[in-house]
Design a protein. Structure first.
Length: 277
C-alpha cells in the first residue's frame, strides 16, 4: 500500500464517513436525499480529519512503533517523520478549509474544529493522562453524530446518539485500560491510580447512565418506529451489559468488545427507527 494512504488508515476513514451518513439519516430520515451535497462535503472533510489524525498518531508514536509496529511507514523507512508531520497538518487544515468555503452552514465546521483540537490535545498529552484521555476519545466518538446532524440542520435527534456514544466509549476505554494495565506503565490510567475493582465500578456506572439515557429517546418515535427502536436499543443494551458480565469475570477483551458491539447495534436501532418515522 502507498505509505501516504497507509498513514491515514483508510479503513478507519471510510468507517467515519459511514458514521456521518448514518448520523445524517438519524437526523433527517428519508429527507437525507435533500442534503446529499452537504453530506458529501462533510464525509470528505471527516475522512481528511481522521486521516490527518492517524498520520499525527504515527508521527507521535514513531519511536515506540520501531518495536511495536515496525512495518508502519515511518519505522520501515518508507517516509521520514517530518514529512509525515507536514502531511498530517495538510490533511487536518484541509479538512477544516473545505467546511469553511464549501458550506454556508458553519456549525459542522465548529464541531469539526472542536474535534480536531481535542484530537491534537489527545495526541500531545491527554493520551497519557488516563481518564482525561478516555473523555477525549468519548467526545470524538460521539461528535461525529452531532456533526452529521448539524450538516442537515437538525442536530436534535443526534444528541441521544452523541450522549450514548460519548458515555459508552468512556466506559469501554476504561475497560481497555484495565486490559492493558501491565503494558501501560508510562500512562496514568484510572486502573493504575485507583485499582482494577474501583475502575471497573466506574466503567459500569458510566455505562448504566448511557443505557438509561438511551431509553429517554423513546419519545422521539411512535408506532412501528417506536417498536423498532425499543427492540433494537434493548438488544444493544443487553449486549453492553453482557460486556459488564465478561469484565466482571476478568475477560476484559470480550468486555470492551461487547460494549463496542452494543454501540453498533444502538446506531442501527436509531437508523431503522428514523427510516420508519
Amino acid at each position: 500500500m502507498n505509505p501516504y494512504i497507509a498513514l491515514t488508515r483508510p479503513g478507519n476513514a471510510v468507517l467515519t464517513a459511514i458514521a456521518v451518513i448514518a448520523g445524517a439519516f438519524i437526523a433527517a430520515g428519508p429527507e437525507i436525499v435533500d442534503y446529499s451535497e452537504e453530506i458529501a462535503i462533510c464525509c470528505i472533510s471527516a475522512m481528511m480529519l481522521v486521516g490527518g489524525g492517524n498520520a499525527l498518531n504515527d508521527y507521535n508514536d514513531r519511536e515506540s512503533d520501531k518495536k511495536n509496529h515496525p512495518n508502519r511507514p515511518i519505522p520501515s523507512g518508507q517516509i521520514d517523520a517530518e514529512t509525515v508531520l507536514t502531511y498530517s497538518q495538510v490533511l487536518l487544515g484541509g479538512g477544516l478549509v473545505i467546511l469553511i468555503f464549501a458550506l454556508d452552514n458553519k456549525m459542522p465546521f465548529v464541531i469539526a474544529l472542536l474535534g480536531m483540537l481535542t484530537l491534537i490535545a489527545y495526541e500531545n498529552g491527554m493520551k497519557a493522562a488516563g481518564i482525561a484521555g478516555n473523555i477525549a476519545v468519548g467526545f470524538m466518538s460521539g461528535a461525529v453524530f452531532l456533526y452529521a446532524g448539524m450538516a442537515v440542520n437538525n442536530p436534535g435527534p443526534t444528541l441521544w446518539m452523541f450522549g450514548l456514544a460519548f458515555l459508552a466509549t468512556i466506559s469501554r476505554e476504561i475497560v481497555k485500560d484495565i486490559q492493558d494495565l501491565e503494558g501501560d506503565q508510562d500512562r496514568r490510567t484510572l486502573p493504575s491510580r485507583i485499582g482494577i475493582p474501583h475502575s471497573l465500578n466506574v466503567a459500569i456506572l458510566i455505562l448504566l447512565i448511557a443505557i438509561g439515557l438511551s431509553y429517554t429517546a423513546i419519545n422521539q418515535f411512535e408506532g412501528n418506529a417506536l417498536n423498532a427502536y425499543v427492540g433494537g436499543i434493548t438488544l444493544a443494551n443487553a449486549t453492553m451489559l453482557f460486556g459488564v458480565y465478561n469484565s466482571r469475570n476478568e475477560d476484559y477483551f470480550m468486555g470492551q468488545k461487547n460494549i463496542k458491539q452494543g454501540m453498533g447495534i444502538a446506531m442501527l436501532a436509531f437508523i431503522v427507527a428514523a427510516g420508519l418515522s
